[in-house]
Design a protein around this ligand. Sequence first.
Ligand code: CTP
Length: 407
Amino acid sequence: MDRTLHGKRVLLIIGGGIAAYKALDLIRRLRERGARVTPILTEGGAQFITPLAVGALTATPVYTELFSREAEQDVGHIRLAREADLILVAPATADRMAQLAGGLAGDLAGAVLLAARAPVLMAPAMNPAMWAHPATRRNAERLAADGVRFVGPEHGEMAESGEAGQGRMSEPLAIVAAVEAALMDADAPLRRLEGRRAVVTSGPTVEPIDPVRYIANRSSGRQGHAVAAALARLGAQVTLVTGPVALPDPAGVTTIHVETACQMLAAVEAALPADLGVFVAAVADWRAAAAAPGKIKKRDGEGPPPLHLVENPDILATIARSAARPRLVIGFAAETDALLSNAQAKLARKGADMIVANDVSGDTMGGARNTVHILTQAGVEDWPELDKAEVAARLAERAADILETER
Ligand code: CTP
């Protein structure tokens, strides 16, 4: 079972109506996917299912009208509302819809819904005539305009009357899918880089010595790939130029695979113009002056062959000084000693607008986490130790801030 809702806190308001029995299965389905479900059983809901049954399935206290009045000081409807990632009303009655549309907070569920900042998803269930009534239509429109999402109701036979029409609550799995979609939309960042082009370098470069040997380094490409993905999430059109890594190409990013520094430079130049360049790759500083065409052999008595190195082009410095310079140029600095002073020197020497300095004396290279310092002309900012994806997300937001001020 995919834990698609892992760690998500769903506040489930169980309204009145025979469909309340489906809420029990719904709780099970949500929890299977990793959600933490906090239930509020309304007075109406409690006519159909018991707090005991609900609590047994959620393995949490069940908030009911009675309980919450007694415990308001401890619990607080505001806290209940604020601690949720999503508020799900299932079943949502015509009465509940009317209350929220009118801004009424007559019971605990009503107060929670008014205090909510989290997205609200309703799964209505009612008699088809009630659903079709102009008053309910008006309320549904009002709620949708206020940002409330709906799943269902479906066409079908009503459990209590046998009447057919639209009004049956959606099945638990359809509601789970709507919960997943609502949470995904809520998590999606603003597409602040829509219409911007970005080029990102990532991974190591490998420089051949002969057909079987090469010079390489420990870069995994994790940080660079995360930066490319984070920029794409903000809507940028991203070209990622990467050396050999064991990572999949990030979704929604044009990925160009290269091996050497010279190939990387050529691929970056071909990806320009761009608004933004982020140079994360651990480019080999040197390459063999001439890679041997055949495998270099050991020869008795001659000792090891000399390895003549020449310097590789500095991709960041070349692009930062070129006519096609992106408006915003960000470099990384990998240092083991004198982190800040070395990084400061790189800012000027390479012509970058920003250097992200990281200490690579530990297991940063190849690891999942990173502690970075952001250097600009304005000064140094220290970020706490973060997941590389989080470093990337923050950096993408920062890049968007800078590009927005320059529009
Ligand atoms: N860089 C580059 N091309 C190179 C070398 C480095 O584009 N040939 C970029 C890196 O992608 C990074 C920044 O320059 O954004 C700094 O890389 P780093 O390895 O820290 O510095 P070096 O320039 O290699 O300097 P040193 O080896 O002396 O630390």
